[in-house]
Design a protein around this ligand. Structure first.
Ligand code: ACO
Length: 326
């Protein structure tokens, strides 16, 4: 099998910032509560006329440029998102057209906040088998459009953004070393958007009840996340025959600093080895891992040979991790 890994990264967040102080004017909350319970100070919000594909395109163009490939050289585009522009066509197809990626297949991947790690593992399979050479993976979300801005349990948590990576053949022994993908559909109701699908098509009443928005049992998701984030990385490490102490970087899904801290503790990682940007962006679901990754690349934090663990969890329930040699 060929080795497959990241050859270029990119990211984009919308210009508009909503601070905790702004939220204090909208719901019964406080900056102190939000920072203490989540670590979030502010988040970005897309314009009304700015769909997920717009954010995805900006991140993708940067990743393609950094990878030194042309859009026409892409064999496949995978967009991980829970806020697609429309149900059909897929956001990946919209992106394919915008980029002029004339030779690429394209599909969306639905695994909520685990989406980027799911998509990264998927992309690498095509490259490792030699079927494809260049695959664009994007995690992109406009969660602000599926938030009930009167619900303090959810509206303080999320933000909009997009992160992208081009995967391609890499030096033998580098790139993706192992991965773990998991799911527990029995926990599906803990975190969902109740209406808008075939189960409950949108009606005036469901819109009035905000059933087109994210609903969440925060405490239950918290308990699940604290357990699963470290556990999935341990599984991936075991598959690669790597010890915890060998990890150079953890790039976790950015949902809550307390969840990240618990995973770091379990993996015995000091804070300086954990990439955390939740303070400025909040939870960007599928975009959170690739934005954190791309920003770290831009800041030259990784050096050749570093072992990087990506780990996510989210609605589904789903979880996923990847171990990569940079
Ligand atoms: N401001 C002030 N008070 C609040 C707020 C708020 N924004 N939200 C809730 N509270 C109140 C609650 O009503 C509760 O009051 P009560 O004790 O009188 O009932 C109190 O604060 C404590 O609430 P908890 O829910 O117990 O607070 P907790 O410490 O669990 O923090 C949080 C809540 C931040 C949501 C946490 O549970 C969490 O992060 N959960 C995981 C969420 C997550 O990761 N979701 C994303 C998954 S990714 C995806 O797929 C989209």
């Amino acid at each position: 099998r060929n080795s497959a890994g990241i050859i270029g990264t990119g990211w984009y967040v919308p210009e508009k910032v909503i601070t905790n102080e702004d939220l204090e004017q909208m719901v019964d909350t406080s900056d102190e509560w939000i920072v203490e319970r989540t670590g979030i100070h502010e988040r970005r919000v897309a314009r009304k006329d700015q769909p997920t594909s717009d954010l995805a395109e900006r991140a993708a163009r940067m990743a393609i440029e950094n990878a030194g490939v042309k859009a026409e050289e892409l064999d496949l585009i995978i967009v991980a998102t829970m806020t697609p522009d429309r149900t059909i066509p897929s956001t990946a197809c919209i992106l394919q057209d915008r980029l002029g990626a004339t030779k690429a297949g394209a599909f969306d991947l639905s695994a909520a906040c685990s989406g980027f790690a799911y998509a990264a593992a998927t992309a690498c399979q095509f490259i490792e088998t030699g079927v494809y050479r260049h695959i664009l993976v994007v995690g992109a979300e406009t969660l602000s459009k599926v938030l009930d801005w009167t619900d303090r349990n959810t509206c303080i948590l999320f933000g909009d953004g997009a992160g992208a990576a081009v995967f391609g053949p890499v030096e033998e022994g580098y790139g993706l070393l192992s991965f773990d993908l998991g799911s527990d559909g029995a926990g599906g109701d803990l975190l969902d958007i109740p209406a808008g699908g075939s189960l409950k098509p949108l009606t005036a009443e469901s819109l009035l009840m905000h059933e087109n928005c994210i609903h969440m049992d925060g405490r239950a998701v918290f308990r699940f996340a604290v357990k699963i984030l470290g556990e999935t990385v341990e599984k991936s490490l075991a598959r690669a025959g790597i010890e915890k102490s060998e990890i150079d970087w953890l790039v976790p899904h950015q949902a809550n600093t307390r969840i990240i801290d618990a995973a770091a503790k379990r993996l015995e990682l000091p804070a300086e080895k954990v990439i955390v940007d939740i303070g400025k962006y909040g939870n960007m679901s599928a975009a959170s891992i690739p934005v954190a990754l791309a920003e770290a690349v831009q800041a030259h934090r990784f050096k050749k040979g570093d072992l990087i663990a990506l780990a996510g969890f989210g609605a589904g329930l789903t979880w996923a991790s990847c171990i990569m040699k940079w």
